[in-house]
Design a protein. Structure first.
Length: 314
């Protein structure tokens, strides 16, 4: 397959993937999030990136116009024009939810052992429905994941913003905790590559930079044009209060407290029926606390593989 045919194939694959997420793309986004066609073993030429100019040229070519349309600067599969208005509305929804997340972060960034708060999912993509929640990825100090998780959960609960039961809309979903010693994501597939190419830190920009370094290599296997942006925190946190409370906890038996909280939380996790739900992704260790009883990844990837296998790329 020639280089041009390969680029054309990957552009169509990209538009197909984001069509599944109801997310039409601008030409720049097609280039930035250019997606390798499948998860099978690819040749080195398949994995190479391309220029923005090449993407724009291909998007306007007659070969791709057999499969895609453009409206108001967005590209999508034929017959999916309604996605453009949906994306514009979802962007407005996400901006409102982002403000809620930022307000909560003002409290959370001072909590002991918190090192980074970031939004993920539809809020990070700016593709949120009105009734959707707000996904957080929380990075905690190594050795204090159980204590840190408890304090974060209590804080969000006191703010009246924690998602639980049927309380979903505009609530914060605390389903993903890692530590400064486990910044490299363990599940490395196309769905995760998309998820973490949109992640946006609300606090802990230095940790975010390290997060990028730890994950950029495997993300580029799926998205060769992607790079983590360089972000600078406008108002760095004054660490004095947080350091004081962390020191106080450590002084009065921080390790014993961590062990006790760990035991109690594991008991609760094991009692929860969702822990054993088929197809779920549940992990509870000293480095990762992940609670995804109904992960979206498998269904999205299944649809993606089916659509790309049916598409005529030539």
């Amino acid at each position: 397959m020639s280089d041009k045919e390969n680029i054309r194939k990957n552009i169509l694959s990209t538009i197909i993937y984001y069509d599944i997420l109801d997310f039409p793309l601008t030409s720049f986004e097609v280039w930035k999030y250019l997606t390798i066609e499948s998860e099978k073993e690819e040749t080195e030429s398949d994995k190479q990136g391309c220029s923005l100019g090449e993407v724009v040229e291909m998007l306007e070519g007659k070969e791709l116009k057999k499969h895609i349309e453009e409206f108001r600067g967005f590209y999508f599969l034929k017959g999916r024009k309604a996605l453009v208005e949906r994306r514009l509305q979802n962007s407005k929804n996400a901006i409102r939810k982002y403000k809620i997340a930022k307000q909560a972060t003002r409290w959370l960034k001072g909590a002991p052992f918190v090192r980074m708060i970031a939004v993920t999912g539809t809020v990070a993509m700016r593709n949120s429905q009105k009734k959707s929640d707000i996904d957080f990825l929380v990075v905690l100090k190594k050795g204090r994941i159980w204590t840190g998780r408890l304090l974060v959960t209590l804080t969000v609960q006191l703010l009246g913003k924690r998602r639980y039961g049927k309380k979903i809309k505009d609530r914060i979903c605390l389903n993903y905790f890692i530590t400064t010693g486990s910044l490299r994501i363990k599940r490395q597939d196309l769905f995760a590559a998309n998820e973490y190419s949109f992640i946006y830190p609300l606090f802990g920009f230095g940790v975010y930079k390290n997060f990028g370094r730890e994950n950029i290599d495997w993300i580029k296997k799926y998205k060769p044009n992607f790079d983590f942006p360089s972000l600078v925190e406008v108002k760095p946190l004054r660490k004095s209060k947080r350091t004081f409370f962390e020191g106080l906890i450590d002084l009065f038996g921080g390790d014993r407290m961590e062990t006790w909280i760990k035991r109690k939380q594991i008991e609760k996790i094991k009692r929860n029926p969702l822990t054993y739900k088929k197809g779920g992704y549940i992990e509870y260790t000293d480095e990762n606390l992940i609670f995804l009883p109904e992960p979206q990844g498998p269904s999205v990837l299944e649809k993606y593989r089916a659509l790309t296998s049916q598409a005529n790329f030539l």
